[in-house]
Design a protein around this ligand. Structure first.
Ligand SMILES: Cc1cc2nc3c(=O)[nH]c(=O)nc-3n(C[C@H](O)[C@H](O)[C@H](O)COP(=O)(O)OP(=O)(O)OC[C@H]3O[C@@H](n4cnc5c(N)ncnc54)[C@H](O)[C@@H]3O)c2cc1C
Ligand SMILES: NC(=O)c1ccc[n+]([C@@H]2O[C@H](COP(=O)([O-])OP(=O)(O)OC[C@H]3O[C@@H](n4cnc5c(N)ncnc54)[C@H](O)[C@@H]3O)[C@@H](O)[C@H]2O)c1
Ligand code: SF4
Ligand code: FES
Length: 806
């Protein structure tokens, strides 16, 4: 029997999802042809925001590559829009003279961005944010121009604005109302969101209606109806979308706002169906992936003759994909006559939770700052759950374990949905973890698709892994790059092998793991030495010959072959007595220069190799580790003891941090700072870890970098006490030590694994934090001051420094 012909118009997320289902249900029933207007294979549109923000690459967002079409016998016409449907002949016609006959036709043409019909809207530099091309245009524009204005303070506008900030542009968001994301947030959450985004550098022009776009050929600014104007080198319109219905309308298919479909996703014409953003079901057009997935599942079953429930509409939930801002909204979140709300707000922690009840039924909610309850809340809304004492206690943090993320995973039932985009339940994820021995979020994503679309559920997937695996959960995403050309193994594979095979020496590791170059190279040997020390802090004997030359001599080699010596001065504080000793040493050994460093230390420059041990001995001060991949300086401002703006004792805090973590081996150098107020005189905002004193506590920032790749640190959390600062700092350092590649700064590592993962492991999951600190403590207990060790080792003096006279 010849196969029936199925044609899909629109190679986007919704349409191809129908095909994916059909291939699973009845592979051989149809001969499939797909027409796509865009010249790309099927990709994840939701992740364009992440591409723009630099969190992922375009190649990584392809959902089904060219091979997938070939392997499944699908005829793909990418770059060919369908222009006409001849209903009587059941034939579609496309650009380039193409045509195809169908027995069943699916319309999945999505939406087009709404462009405000303003005078000047056709100028160069005025664009939308919808597809790969828009994304590329923005990235290119950011290289040449300075300022972007985004019109629209909804989900898309804010994600675009964050991406453009990451690309180094100045960004202003123009919004028509006085609160952002009014379609998803109440005014309180919107206010908190605005404050947070302003902190990130976004500027807002609220209650502004654009009158026209200024400029000759290219945009130069915007003129508003209230007479106000602003400059712009680029304008991004993100003021909503309109279903793409022209083709359907011209073909005589019933169209209202979208293509009208029934509960089986069938249009007014037999044999023609519609799904996704172009479809209107019971008067609603859905602009989110999750409902489209539900529609796709019903249509696929229908087309394959598999029994199915009808599609009866969806309850929707949204999460904003802006790093450092957790916002969730679902269901009926507004107060209406007949509703009551539970509201919990913590201005100090910057969190807000609102749960709306109709009668006693949970019908909607908004979460800001902490979205760990989002999955549970969404499931309650969808299931029309009644409020109970138990739910109330868990929402207010008085239940068993409070409302931390670990608890969020625990509170889900097996059939509760975790990934809304791909309709994956907790039970399915647990089954995959157990059956396929999964250890990472990436693994779960590959096997179940949970987390593979917008990524919003990944923290919850991580917490399910955490709950199931405990310590063996690996929170870092896998990388496929070998650690160097001596091996094909990645960092994770090497670390895992060291653990599993209990390898304890550099040579042995290279040998057992089949290094192509048996001697290793300057890239892998220091890395192996570090990994071994990190994994076996008590047993491992440091292999000095595998360290970089500066670390072998515990000093920085200079361009003339001499060395620089930087003694440790905790928190940048010294004393007359120490200064005298430093001055004496500088004179005695005729150092070329004494210089104050950027980290508030004194650097003795131009020291001869053979003088190093004697200088250390004369100084009688610990090593400043200025040469090492380790915790280096903690810079401090003068703080509350001296400065009239100071709210905290930054000097003492800096000294305490430095004393606790000095010399700890890390994958790359770690610089820290403590400022006693947000004026940030110690530059806490560009350090690997920066602490800032605020009224009643401390804010902790991480992943900053003041070097070649300048990066502002991200806000990690706010704490009250010195002990908490030390605890979070320790957990952060240990998490970085355990998951980063050697030679990787915290800034790159953080961008790779995401702030949310760091927050989850270091801040939210208290049990995990304890474990990290326990492991860190073992390392700290086994530290030795390298200068002192060499001073007291005549053999080292002779061989390493060629000192003949001790
Ligand atoms: C930047 C961005 C971020 C987003 N983030 C999220 C998110 O986090 N969560 C979420 O749930 N949703 C998000 N969305 C929305 C989500 O991407 C859409 O709801 C979803 O992609 C719609 O799928 P679709 O298949 O209906 O339409 P589309 O993905 O738009 O696919 C339709 C395809 O049909 C093609 N087409 C149109 N006309 C024709 C024709 N005549 N012939 C052939 N091909 C045609 C189009 O070119 C397009 O490729 C985001 C959207 C954007 C733009
Ligand atoms: N994280 C996510 O889930 C996500 C991210 C991006 C996009 N999306 C989806 O993509 C689609 C498009 O997103 P969107 O944000 O453009 O749509 P939207 O309709 O949700 O928001 C548009 C915003 O623009 C504002 N606006 C309208 N006219 C304006 C004007 N003249 N000047 C200033 N502001 C104006 C509106 O008040 C509204 O807040 C939506 O379906 C959205 O759900 C979702
Ligand atoms: S950061 Fe604040 S407290 Fe510290 S020196 Fe600067 S102004 Fe003073
Ligand atoms: S909720 Fe979007 S990928 Fe899971």
């Amino acid at each position: 029997m010849s196969k029936k012909k199925l044609v899909l118009v629109g190679n986007g997320m919704a349409g191809v999802n129908v095909i994916e289902h059909m291939l699973k249900l009845a592979r051989d029933q149809y001969e499939i042809t797909i027409f796509g207007k865009e010249p790309h294979p099927n990709y994840n549109r939701t992740l364009l925001s992440s591409v723009l923000a630099g969190d992922t690459e375009l190649e990584a967002i392809v959902l089904n590559g060219w091979d997938w079409y070939r392997e499944n016998g699908i005829q793909l016409h990418a770059g060919h829009a369908v222009t006409k449907i001849e209903i009587e002949n059941r034939t579609v016609f496309a650009e380039g003279g193409l045509s195809a006959r169908y027995d069943e036709l699916i319309l999945a043409t999505g939406s087009h961005p709404f462009m405000l019909p303003l005078p000047g809207a056709d100028k160069e530099g005025v664009i939308a944010f919808r597809d790969i091309q828009d994304c590329e245009t923005m990235i290119e524009t950011s290289k040449k121009y300075r300022k972007a204005v985004v019109i629209g303070g909804g989900l898309l506008g804010l994600e675009a604005a964050r991406g453009l900030l990451n690309l180094g542009m100045e960004v202003e968001v123009v919004h028509i109302f006085d609160t952002l994301m009014e379609r998803q947030l109440d005014s309180e959450a919107a206010r908190m969101l605005r404050m947070e985004l302003e902190k990130q550098g976004m500027r807002f022009l609220l209650e502004k209606q654009t009158e026209r776009i200024l400029g000759k050929k290219r945009v130069t600014g915007l003129q508003f109806k209230d007479g106000f104007a602003t400059d712009a080198d680029m304008v991004v319109m993100a003021v909503g979308i309109r279903p793409n219905v022209d083709l359907a309308r011209e073909s005589g298919i019933e169209v209202n706002q979208g293509v009208v479909v029934d509960d089986w996703m069938s249009t007014s014409i037999p044999g023609i169906h519609a799904v996704g953003e172009c479809a209107e079901h019971r008067g609603i057009v859905y602009g989110l992936v999750a409902p489209h997935r539900e529609q796709a599942a019903v249509l696929a079953k229908r087309l394959c003759g598999v029994e199915t429930e009808p599609y009866e509409g969806s309850v929707t939930a949204t999460k904003l994909k802006v790093s450092g801002v957790d916002v969730f909204s679902a269901g009926e979140f507004r107060d209406q006559p007949g509703t009551r709300s539970l509201r919990i707000q913590d201005e100090w922690k910057g969190t807000y939770k609102k749960v709306v009840l109709s009668g006693n039924r949970i019908v909607g909610g908004v979460l800001f700052g902490d979205t760990s309850d989002s999955a549970a809340l969404f499931n309650w809304i969808r299931n029309g759950q009644e409020m109970t004492e138990e739910i109330h206690a868990s929402l207010t943090g008085q239940g068993d374990g409070g409302s931390d993320t670990g608890n969020a995973a625990r509170s889900l039932a097996l059939d509760d949905q975790v990934c809304d985009c791909n309709r994956v339940s907790k039970g399915t994820i647990l089954q995959a973890i157990r059956k396929q021995d999964l250890k990472t979020v990436d693994g779960v994503k590959r096997c179940t698709k949970a987390g593979a679309s917008c990524g919003g559920c990944q923290p919850l997937v991580a917490s399910i892994l955490q709950e199931e695996l405990g310590e063996s959960f690996d929170p870092a995403p896998a990388s496929r790059t070998p650690i160097c050309s001596c091996t094909d193994l990645t960092r994770d594979e090497v670390v895992e092998a060291i653990r599993e095979k209990r390898l304890t020496m550099v040579k042995e590791t290279m040998n057992v793991l089949g290094w192509k170059n048996p001697e290793g190279c300057p890239k892998c040997r220091p890395a192996l030495n570090y990994y071994l020390g990190m994994i076996w802090p008590e047993e491992y004997e440091d292999d000095r010959t595998s360290r970089i030359v500066n670390e072998q001599r515990h000093a920085n080699i200079q361009n003339d072959g001499t060395y620089s010596v930087v003694p440790r001065m905790y928190g940048g504080v010294t004393s007359p007595e120490e200064l005298r000793r430093i001055a004496d040493v500088a004179e005695k050994y005729q150092v070329r220069m004494v210089k104050v460093t950027g980290g508030q230390r004194l650097d003795l420059l131009g020291v001869k190799k053979e003088d190093l041990p004697r200088i250390w001995e004369d100084l009688g001060m610990p090593s400043g580790h200025a040469y090492a991949k380790s915790v280096r300086t903690v810079k401090t401002c003068v703080g509350a003891d001296f400065c009239r703006f100071g709210t905290q004792n930054s000097i003492q805090m800096g000294i305490d941090i430095e004393k606790k973590f000095e010399g700890l081996d890390t994958p790359h150098k770690v610089k820290m700072a403590v400022s006693a107020c947000p004026r940030n005189c110690a530059e806490s905002g560009i350090k690997d870890l920066g602490v800032v004193g605020v009224e009643g506590g401390w804010e902790i920032y991480v992943g900053g970098n003041g070097g070649v790749h300048l990066r502002a640190a991200d806000f990690l959390c706010k704490v009250k006490t010195r002990e908490e600062v030390l605890e979070i700092t320790g957990a952060f350092l240990q998490f970085y030590r355990e998951t980063a590649e050697y030679w990787e700064r915290t800034s790159t590592w953080l961008e790779k694994i995401g702030l949310a993962a760091v927050k989850k492991v270091v801040v939210e999951d208290k049990a995990n934090r304890k474990q990290l600190l326990k492991r860190l403590e073992k390392t700290l207990q086994n530290r030795k001051d390298p200068w002192e060790a060499d001073v007291n080792d005549p053999e080292a003096r002779r061989t390493l420094y060629k000192v003949t006279r001790v």
